[in-house]
Structures are given as C-alpha cells and as structure tokens.
Write a protein that binds this ligand. Structure first.
Ligand SMILES: Cc1cc2nc3c(=O)[nH]c(=O)nc-3n(C[C@H](O)[C@H](O)[C@H](O)COP(=O)(O)OP(=O)(O)OC[C@H]3O[C@@H](n4cnc5c(N)ncnc54)[C@H](O)[C@@H]3O)c2cc1C
Length: 488
C-alpha cells in the first residue's frame, strides 16, 4: 500500500441498499512493473495524492448509472492542485495509461466509471472559491467546488449562479462543465455553457491551456470554451473556471402547480405556454409514478391520484402577467386543479418535491434514467411516445423532467437484474431515443453520452460529424488516454 485514506467513500452497493450489476472485470493484483510505475507517479505528486488501497479505490469505480459496468483502476489520484493533475497526465501519456477524470461521481451515463488499469483522477479536493467579483459579475472557482456551495457563496453577495442540476448539493462544477449540465432554472437562464467565461484545462500531455476571457464579449480565436464544455473528460481535465454571475432577482419568483388527468394534456399545456411567448423561469413535470415515489420517500402532501403535475415559476417585472398566462394555458389544456403558491414556504416545498424526484425513483430499485430532448411544440408527442414504449416493453416508466426545455427523464424501472430484464430495459431506452430523434430531438439533453448512450450516438451524428469528433480527439489526445471509449 502506498497511501491510505481514513475516510472511505461510500461504495456503490451501499449507496441505495441494493446490489449493482456485477463488474465485468476481476480486481487483478498489481504486477511489480505496475507498482514500480506507480511509485514513479507518486514521486511526481503531492504527498498523499495517490491512493491504491483496494477498499478506498472501490469507492471511485462507478457513478450513478446502474447498468453500466465499471472496470478496476490501478489507483486513484486525489489531486491537490493543478500540478498534480499535470503530473498525472504527463505520466499517463508517457505510458498510454487511461485516465478517467472524476468530480463527485453523480453522473448518470457511466462517464466517470473506471476502466481496467486506469488512473481515476479525482478533482474533489479542489474546492476553493477563489473570487466573487460583484462588479464584473463573475466567480472564479476550482473544479471540485460543489454547485450549491457556489450558489450560496454568490447569494451571500446578492449574486446568482443559475445552473442548478437536481444533484446540485452533491455534484461538482468540474462535472457540470464536463457534462454541460442543465437544471430547473435553465429554461430561462441557460445551461452550464451559457455561464462559462474562461477555463483552466490540463491537456493530455500535462500542459495547461487557458480558454476564454472574463470579458462578456470575446470572439478572439476558436470558441474553446464551447469545445471543452460537454466533452465528458475526453479532451482535457478542467481544473478551474471563471463563471458568469447575475445579480440576484429583487423579488422571489411566483410559483404555480397544476394537476392534470393525463400526460397528453400536460404536454399540450407546455406546448401552449411555449407558443404564448412567455419565458417561464422554471417549468417542470412530474408524472403519477414519480409523485408516488416522492410520497413514499418523504411525505410532501402531493396528490397521489393526479396523472401528472406541472410546476411553474415566473420572475422579473412581468412575473404576475406571465404566471397568469401560464395558468390560463393549463386550464385551457384541461388541468383539473391550478394553485398559486401563497408564500415562499409553499413555493419551496413544491420545488423540493421536484428536486427529490430522481432520488426518490432511484431509491425504488435499479433504474435506467433516460434524458431525451425534443424541440418546442413536440412535448405532447414525446410523452405519448413514452407511454407507448412503456406498453410495448411491459416496463414501468416514471417520467419527470424539465418540460419547458423539452428535456424529459423517463426513468425505466427494472423488475429485477436478470439479463432478460436488462436487455429489455436497454432496448426500451433505445426506443425512447428513436422517438426523440424522429421528433427532431436528441438522445441526451444534459446527462451526456458516457458509456450508456455511446452506441446510440451514431443514430444522431452523421458520418461527417463523427469524423470531425475523431479528428478533434486525435489532435488533442493522440495516445487516447483521456476517458477513452466514452462520449463517442
Ligand atoms: C439525483 C440526481 C439528479 C440529477 N439531476 C441532474 C440535472 O437536473 N441536470 C443534469 O444535467 N444532471 C443531473 N444529474 C447528473 C449529474 O449530477 C450531472 O451530470 C453532474 O454534472 C455530474 O457532476 P459530477 O461532479 O458528479 O461529475 P462526475 O459524475 O464525476 O463526472 C461526469 C463526467 O464528467 C467528467 N468530469 C468530471 N469532472 C471533470 C473535470 N474536472 N474535468 C474533465 N472532466 C470531468 C467525468 O469523466 C465524466 O465523464 C443528476 C444526478 C443525480 C444523481
């Protein structure tokens, strides 16, 4: 053992109390050459950064994607700064050792799962919020900062960092950047990419690249921010970023909840709201199975008999008018119950229920969380498609999602972990992707391709687009060490 760690991360099998799919690999012992190589790596790193204790390493093998197999890493580097990241990549590049960058491991597509013989490069210790500049309206943060910690630090200075994935209390900014994460507020304020001004990124050979500028407008050179945001750890390791902040809204947003008798009605309501020209600051959907999972997980006083709920918010000077327009569209589309939150407590409770949706459904057993996206006006048809896939496959599907963005998360619930069930679930997932593509949409709106969706990407990207992807990857990572085989 080179180093050990006092506190062990929670292994996957303990996280939600049921057994995961058995890994496809066996934890083979390290050879003398491996250990010699690792000793050389350790010499280049800060004390304690390299961990090879099998029990500790186990906690870094997987993310939250239940069905995606994980390999066995040869070690974990818990970087304490950019120098550790650089040294790890230079060492790995010389030996063609795969490196899997990792934030908090909350990803839902297997992108942070270990590869046999890899180094897992964890950014979790880079947690400094270096600067919050209220005048120039940006924050400079390290990659391991937890999303909600940045939100709280910004709020303390009357500023606002919009991207808020459902996992915001546990996921890192580096992971958000690498997946271009979305969230509930993105319908008005944009996804992670829209908040990025500049980044520090370590390339595969260990050199450090700086992208972008703190200026609001900047068109000098290629838009490298956009290239690296969403690249899922395949092009470089993000170590810090300058992120755009906004002044905090002067008034709390206004909130409504509408209950519907069918998913089809809710789809029409959202399509109607989009057609009205109103830009909600939040528009989220929870179907009946999800409502019941939330109530089983934590009683929130939601109506278990409702076919689906739509939760919406409006903020800014026109909030009152926008909320009225949205509730009218819900009533016109057949909502049987529309309620405006009367105070902040009621509003927070509704949002809290929505935020719990993923966790509550995942707590019911093994799942595959889909992440399809469709263009405005197509939500009702996608919701119909989800119901058809549920009927055809015989699987239970709980659907939640960012309805205002057309980004739905049909969560496929596996009856058991037999190979037949797994195959049936993956086929149903593929069917959902087909439906989204047929409507002009995408196989992933925010969770990324990772391993789960790699084979389906070919259905979305044409051969020329794939060729360009390969050309970019080869030029930035010729030895193919950075998260190889992930994303495309
Ligand atoms: C309950 C729950 C709710 C969720 N809700 C949402 C949601 O609303 N919206 C949404 O978009 N996602 C959501 N997610 C998915 C997940 O939280 C996001 O994808 C998040 O951005 C991942 O962050 P992480 O720090 O956990 O990254 P990880 O899971 O550790 O990594 C994700 C990917 O990014 C790469 N990576 C991580 N850090 C870096 C880095 N510093 N440099 C380069 N590559 C890196 C990894 O290799 C991997 O490919 C949810 C997940 C859960 C469990």
């Amino acid at each position: 053992m080179l180093v050990s760690r006092d506190e062990k991360p929670t292994p996957f099998t303990d996280r939600r109390g049921f057994a995961a799919v058995t890994p496809t690999t066996s934890p083979a012992g390290q050879t003398a050459t491996d250990l010699d190589d690792l000793a050389q790596l350790q010499e280049r790193l800060s004390p304690g950064a390299l961990v090879i204790d099998a029990d500790v390493v186990e906690g870094y093998r997987r993310d939250w994607a239940d069905l995606v197999a994980a390999g066995t890493p040869r070690g974990v580097v818990r970087a304490s700064g950019v120098a550790d990241v650089s040294a790890t990549l230079a060492w790995a590049n010389e030996r063609a050792v795969p490196v899997v960058p990792r934030g908090a491991g909350t990803g839902l597509s297997g992108g942070a799962n270990a590869i046999d013989g890899c180094i897992v490069l964890s950014l979790e210790r880079l947690t400094a919020i270096r600067e919050i500049d209220t005048q120039r309206q940006f924050a400079v943060v390290e990659a391991g900062v937890i999303n909600a910690d940045l939100g709280r630090a910004a709020a303390a200075q009357r500023m606002f960092y919009p991207p808020d994935p459902g996992s915001f209390e546990i996921c890192t900014i580096g992971g958000n950047l690498a997946t271009n994460a979305g969230g509930m507020r993105c319908v008005k304020y944009g996804v992670t990419r829209d908040s990025v001004l500049a980044m520090e990124i370590v390339l595969a050979d260990g050199t450090v690249l700086t992208t972008g500028s703190a200026a609001k407008k900047n068109v000098a050179g290629y838009d490298l921010n956009s290239l690296f945001v969403g690249s899922e750890g395949t092009l470089g390791v993000i170590t810090s970023a300058t992120l755009r902040l906004r002044p905090a809204p002067l008034h709390p947003p206004l909130t409504f909840v509408a209950s519907f008798r069918s998913l089809n009605d809710i789809g029409h309501a959202v399509d109607g709201i989009q057609a009205s020209g109103v830009v909600p600051s939040l528009l989220e959907l929870i179907d009946q199975r999800t409502i019941n999972a939330i109530e089983d997980y934590r009683a929130m006083d939601l109506d278990r008999s409702s076919a689906a709920l739509l939760i919406g918010q409006a903020d800014g000077a026109a909030a009152e008018r926008d909320l009225t327009e949205m509730t009218k569209r819900c009533e016109q589309s057949g909502a049987d119950f529309v309620l405006r939150a009367t105070d902040a407590e009621e509003s927070d409770m509704l949002l809290e229920a929505r935020r719990l949706a993923g966790t509550a459904v995942m707590a019911t057993g093994p799942t595959v969380i889909e992440d399809v996206g469709v263009p405005p006006g197509q939500l009702a048809r996608m919701l119909e498609g989800i119901e058809e896939v549920g009927r055809d496959s015989g699987l239970r599907i709980a659907t939640t999602g960012h309805a205002g963005d057309g980004n739905l998360h049909p969560i496929l619930l596996l009856p058991d972990l037999t190979q037949e069930s797994i195959d049936r679930t993956l086929r149903a997932g593929e069917q959902l992707c087909h439906r989204a593509l047929a409507l002009g949409g995408t196989i992933t709106g925010e969770h990324g391709v990772g391993v789960l969706k790699r084979d389906w990407l070919r259905q979305q990207l044409d051969p020329v687009a794939l060729r360009v992807h390969h050309a970019i990857k080869t030029s930035l990572d010729p030895a193919n060490i950075l998260n190889p085989g992930r994303a495309f």
